[in-house]
Design a protein around this ligand. Structure first.
Ligand code: 16G
Ligand code: MG
Length: 560
């Protein structure tokens, strides 16, 4: 057991990355995220922490993704990925914050490191392996160089995969750490990723007529070139047309485009000519989110968001499992049907929750916002379908479910076909993290198998009108969410006032929560009609702004 490191080497390496401003950093929902120009010391600190995390896992490979997702191009960010491709364990988020803030001096960083090493009993004689990738942001390359300095000064090995989508980085991390085990996830290369997805998609859709071409909005980010490469592997099995694929011109990334823009504004992105009868989708800046949409004949925009993707997927998998008569081996020796569950957040449309419970008859679990919470809850099922309304999500298969698919033999040709489709779905769906490209193929494979149009898919249930607004407040930490973000315990008294307003509206629902990624609080409202929804949202924004520290302009701009 070694617990000492070369302090002079650390001090020397830090001297090129010292924090000079008064900025305070915090590892939040999506890692560190801020203006790229502030991130250099953070990257160095993350390099150090990645080495410690790898040593803690006895040399397993840790991933680092450099991206700010749907944020503007001037921003960047960084997050750490655990050996099986999950998000960094929550108990280490505090260490990330401590280390980043300790980059102001050699003494501070030395003692921060020593304290983590002691607390986690890390043996520094263990090897450390780190892999890194970045999205297309111009600031990414220099930030990776700062990370490399951090990794190398503690003697870690680093491999730079260059430009990747976020889910591709999660994929290679999982592949590397499972190689040679019975859970081997694949070859840790970009090509193998495309090959795996394309082969699974072809298996499910073989023999069915191809759907009309899908318009894909690449948000002028990394999803665009990745889609072009994936398209080559898919060949004739999939027809698409890519727009917003300019990753060269500056200022275009996520600009009035991408999944976040389309979801929030409920409109098509800039740069897309969406005609009646066409089907479209938008990826976000790092391709871990996707939403679908189309227009009605009268031009009405229809969004098929994460809730709709979740219900489509759950329904399809349940159907296949029924046809295949899948039984899962339990620890007590019994065999029982597949246990499917759906995980949502407070942002899920009330109609989707009712549809899942009443029509699909699938249990629903609610968690706070943030993928790590949903992912964790989904692991409790044989098939755990989790999606945030914003289009981030995936479907997790338990080892017992995968085993059941592998060993089941169909009693009829139809049952055999359903089993084949289930097996292919476990290959098609990214098990590490929500993945826009994988989710896109999941939706397209389902719709092809069912020969279902977007309009038919959309008619499964009708969304209640909803509205989301931001309110700028002096201190968002005063707002403390409870009950999976559906209520606030603080500021004292605000929740009662919200409840009073909600009670006035038919099918009214409204909640306020502090954002984990922006310095604002979010207000979400839904009600029976568009007018009522907007009114409820406005009233609650006003409550927050007037009584609980609103700053800047009072949010009234969206009043009808
Ligand atoms: C991050 C989360 C996402 C969540 C969003 C909430 C990941 C990979 N992403 O983007 O799950 O919905 O934050 O943002 O964890 P907010 O706290 O600003 O509303
Ligand atoms: Mg993203």
């Amino acid at each position: 057991m070694t617990n000492s490191f070369d302090k002079a080497k650390l001090a020397n390496a830090l001297s090129s990355h010292t924090l000079k401003s008064a900025t305070r950093f915090q590892y939040g929902t999506a890692g560190f995220r801020m203006e790229a120009s502030l991130l250099d010391p953070v990257m160095f600190a993350v390099g150090l922490l990645a080495v410690l995390r790898s040593k803690y896992h006895k040399g397993k490979t840790i991933g680092v993704m450099v991206t700010a997702s749907h944020n503007p191009e001037k921003d960047n960010g960084v997050k750490l990925v655990e050996p099986l491709g999950e998000m960094l364990v929550q108990s280490w988020e505090g260490y990330a914050t401590e280390l980043a803030n300790a980059t102001s001096s050699a003494d501070a960083i030395t003692s921060a490191l020593e304290s983590i090493i002691a607390k986690e009993k890390i043996d520094l004689s263990q090897p450390a392996r780190v892999v890194v990738a970045r999205d297309t942001r111009p600031s990414g390359k220099a930030l990776v160089a700062s990370l490399v300095d951090g990794v190398q000064c503690l003697g870690g090995e680093i491999k730079d995969f260059g430009l990747f989508t976020t889910p591709q980085l999660h994929y290679v991390v999982r592949c590397i750490n499972t190689a040679g085990t019975e859970d081997a996830y694949g070859e840790p290369t970009e090509e193998a990723y495309y090959e795996k997805l394309a082969a699974a998609f072809k298996k499910i859709t073989a023999g069915y007529p191809r759907l009309s071409p899908l318009l894909i909005d690449g948000a002028n980010g990394i999803g665009a070139p990745a889609m072009e490469k994936l398209g080559k592997y898919l060949g004739d099995s999939f027809a698409y047309q890519l727009v917003n694929n300019d990753v060269v011109s500056s200022g275009k990334l996520n600009h009035e485009s991408g999944a976040d823009f389309v979801k929030i504004k409920q409109t098509k992105p800039l740069g897309m000519d969406l005609k009646y009868g066409q089907r479209a989708c938008s990826l976000d800046g790092d391709a871990d989110r996707i939403v679908f949409y189309f227009t009605e004949e009268d031009g009405t925009f229809r969004l098929l968001d994460g809730d709709k993707i979740a219900t489509l997927a759950a329904d399809f998998i349940m159907d296949l499992a029924k046809q295949a008569n899948i039984l899962v081996q339990r620890e007590d020796g019994s065999k029982t049907p597949l246990h499917i569950g759906l995980v949502q957040t407070a942002y899920a449309n009330g109609s989707s929750t009712a549809y899942v419970k009443d029509t699909l008859q699938v249990p629903v679990v609610f968690t706070p916002t943030g993928v790590k919470h949903l992912h964790h809850a989904a692991e409790e099922f044989d098939v755990g379908v989790y999606f945030e309304a914003n289009g981030h999500g995936t479907v997790l298969f338990s080892p017992a479910a995968i085993k059941a698919f592998k060993t089941s033999v169909g009693a009829t040709p139809a049952a055999e076909k359903a089993i084949d489709a289930l097996r292919a779905l476990t290959e098609l769906i990214n098990q590490a993290v929500g993945d826009a490209l994988s989710d896109m193929l999941l939706v397209e494979a389902t719709l092809t198998y069912q020969q279902k149009s977007f309009a038919k898919w959309n008619s499964d249930y009708t969304d209640l009108p909803s509205r989301q607004e931001k309110v700028k407040v002096a201190n968002r930490a005063n707002f403390v969410p409870i009950k999976a973000d559906t209520e606030l315990s603080h500021p004292i008294g605000l929740q009662e006032k919200i409840n009073e307003q909600v009670a006035k509206f038919s099918k009214g629902r409204c909640f306020v929560r502090p954002s984990g990624t922006e310095d604002i609080v979010r207000v979400y409202a839904e009600a029976a009609t568009r007018e009522e929804t907007d009114r409820l949202c406005y009233l609650v924004c006003g409550l927050v702004f007037d009584g609980y520290g609103g700053v800047g302009t009072r949010p009234t701009t969206f009043l009808p």
